[in-house]
Design a protein around this ligand. Structure first.
Ligand SMILES: Nc1ncnc2c1ncn2[C@@H]1O[C@H](COP(=O)(O)OP(=O)(O)OP(=O)(O)O)[C@@H](O)[C@H]1O
Ligand SMILES: [Mg+2]
Length: 426
C-alpha cells in the first residue's frame, strides 16, 4: 500500500489501541451489514458511501467506477461535491490521484491535495477547495473496479488507520459490486430466457392452430367424404344384390378404416387446438378434454367454476388449458383415481385453478429434475407455463393421499383504473 504523508506520529496507549480496533471492527461490520442483501448497484454504492462517510466522520466523498469499454473513471455517487466537479472529473488510466490508485490498486493518502503536483485537474480541486484527501481502490479478485474518495475542505489529518479501514471497506465494496454485476447479468439472462420461452409458446400455439386448421379444412374433409362415398358404395353393392361377399366385406373394411382414420384425425385436431377454446372458452374446453380423457378410464370428473369468469386474454386461456391438459394427463397416466375434480375460481385479482384426484398420490420431493426417461418434464413445463403468465404452480401430494395441483395466475390485464377489461362471462 502506498501512503503519502502517513501519519504514524500518534502514540497510543494499549487501551486506546484496543478501543480503536474495536471501533474499526464495528465500522467494518456496519458496512458489511449495510451491503448484505442489496443487489442493485446504485443502492449498494449509495449505502456504502454514506456508511463510510459516517464512519470516517466526513461530509465529502464519492465513488468512481471504471467504465470497462473506455477504461476511464467517472463518479457514480457522491456527496458534498459540486455538479461541475463531478461531471468534469473523467479520469483516464493512471491519470491524477484516482487514476493512479485504480492502476496500482494501492491507496493514496494526502494531507493537502491542492498542493500535489500529480492531480489531473488542479483547477477543479482549487475551485472545490479540497484539502485532505484519501483515495482507496475498490478491488474484486485481481481487478480494480473503481475508487472511493473521501475529502475534507478543512485541513484534516487522515491517519494510516483510516486508510487501512477504508481499504478493508473498499475490498468489501469491490466484492459487493462484482456480485451485483453478476446478479444483473443473471437477471438479464433470465429475462431473455423468459421472453424466448414466451415467444416459443406463442409460436407453438400458432403453429398448432395452423396445422389443426389445415387438417380440418383439407385432410379431415377428404376423409369424411371418402368414408361417406365408401358407405354409399357398400349400400349400392348390397342393394344391387352383388353376390361377391369378399368384395362387399373388403369394401366395408376400407370404409370402416376411412371412418376410423377420420375419427383419429378429429381427435388429433381437438388435441392440437380444441375448437371449444376458441368458440365457447376455457371451461367448456377443459370439461370436454377432461371427460374424453378420464371417463373411458372410469374416472369420474367434476368441473366447477366459482365466481364469474370474465374475459381472459388468449395467451392466458391457452396457457391454462395446456396446464390443465398436463394435470389431467397425469391423472389418467399415474393416479389410479376414482374421482377427479377441476375448480376454476375467479377471485378479485387472481385466478385459481385446482385439479385434484383421490388416487395413489406420489412423493413430490422426488421430482427435483427432469429424469432421462422424461419423468418430471410434465410437472416442470406446467410450472413454466404458469410462470410465464406471472403466476405460480404448486403440487400437493403424498403416497396414498391423492394429488392436488394448483395454478395461481394474477389478473394483470386490468385497465389503468383497476377495472377488469373483461366482457362478461362466457
Ligand atoms: N396425479 C398424479 N397421481 C400420481 N402420481 C403423479 C400424478 N401426477 C404426477 N405424478 C407423478 O409425478 C411424476 C412426474 O410427472 P410428470 O408429468 O412430470 O412426468 P410424466 O407424467 O412421468 O411424463 P410426461 O408428462 O412427459 O408424460 C410422474 O411420473 C408420476 O410418478
Ligand atoms: Mg405427465
Amino acid at each position: 500500500m502506498v501512503t503519502d504523508n502517513p501519519d504514524n506520529s500518534e502514540v497510543q496507549t494499549p487501551e486506546e489501541e484496543i478501543q480503536k480496533q474495536q471501533h474499526e471492527l464495528v465500522a467494518l461490520s456496519r458496512v458489511s451489514a449495510a451491503l448484505s442483501g442489496l443487489w442493485e448497484l446504485d443502492a449498494i454504492l449509495r449505502v456504502a458511501l454514506d456508511t463510510m462517510l459516517d464512519v470516517m466522520n466526513g461530509t465529502i466523498g464519492g465513488i468512481l467506477l471504471m467504465d470497462e469499454e473506455t477504461q476511464s473513471l467517472a463518479y457514480r455517487v457522491h456527496t458534498g461535491l459540486s455538479t461541475r466537479y463531478v461531471e468534469e472529473m473523467q479520469i483516464g488510466p493512471g491519470e491524477g490521484i484516482s487514476g493512479r490508485v485504480a492502476e496500482s490498486g494501492k491507496a493514496i493518502l494526502l494531507e493537502d491535495i491542492s498542493a500535489d503536483p500529480r492531480v489531473a485537474r488542479p483547477d477543479l480541486i482549487t475551485t472545490e477547495g479540497l484539502k485532505a484527501f484519501i483515495s482507496v481502490p475498490l478491488r474484486a479478485k485481481d481487478a480494480v473496479l473503481g475508487v472511493i474518495n473521501i475529502a475534507s475542505r478543512t485541513p484534516r489529518r487522515f491517519t494510516t488507520s483510516d486508510l487501512y479501514l477504508l481499504h478493508s471497506m473498499g475490498d468489501q465494496l469491490g466484492v459487493a459490486i462484482e456480485q451485483s454485476r453478476l446478479y444483473e447479468r443473471l437477471r438479464k439472462a433470465r429475462e431473455r430466457y423468459r421472453q424466448l420461452a414466451q415467444q416459443t409458446l406463442v409460436a407453438q400455439e400458432e403453429e398448432r392452430r395452423r396445422i389443426a386448421r389445415e387438417l380440418h379444412d383439407e385432410t379431415s374433409q377428404v376423409l369424411s367424404g371418402l368414408a361417406l362415398q365408401l358407405q354409399a358404395l357398400v349400400d349400392m353393392a348390397e342393394m344391387s344384390g352383388t353376390q361377391d361377399a369378399e368384395f362387399i366385406s373388403g369394401l366395408k373394411k376400407v370404409q370402416s378404416l376411412a371412418a376410423q382414420v377420420h375419427g383419429d384425425i378429429s381427435k388429433l385436431i381437438a388435441d392440437l387446438r380444441p375448437a371449444l377454446l376458441d368458440t365457447l372458452g376455457l371451461i367448456p374446453a377443459i370439461r370436454q378434454y377432461a371427460e374424453t380423457s378420464l371417463r373411458p378410464l372410469d374416472i369420474n370428473v367434476d368441473v366447477e367454476t366459482i365466481g364469474v369468469l370474465g374475459y381472459l386474454p388468449p395467451e392466458v386461456e391457452a396457457g391454462l388449458y395446456r396446464w390443465t391438459q398436463g394435470a389431467i394427463g397425469n391423472i389418467a397416466q399415474h393416479s389410479r383415481a376414482k374421482n377427479a375434480s377441476i375448480v376454476l375460481e375467479h377471485r378479485d385479482d387472481e385466478l385459481l385453478l385446482t385439479v385434484s384426484d383421490d388416487g395413489q398420490g406420489f412423493d413430490v420431493s422426488e421430482i427435483t429434475d427432469i429424469e432421462p426417461n422424461g419423468r418430471g418434464r410434465g410437472v416442470f413445463s406446467m410450472k413454466e407455463r404458469v410462470g410465464l403468465l406471472g403466476g405460480t404452480c404448486s403440487i400437493d401430494s403424498s403416497p396414498g393421499q391423492g394429488t392436488n395441483v394448483r395454478a395461481r395466475v394474477p389478473l394483470s390485464w386490468h385497465d389503468e383504473d383497476g377495472k377488469n377489461k373483461g366482457t362478461g362471462s362466457r
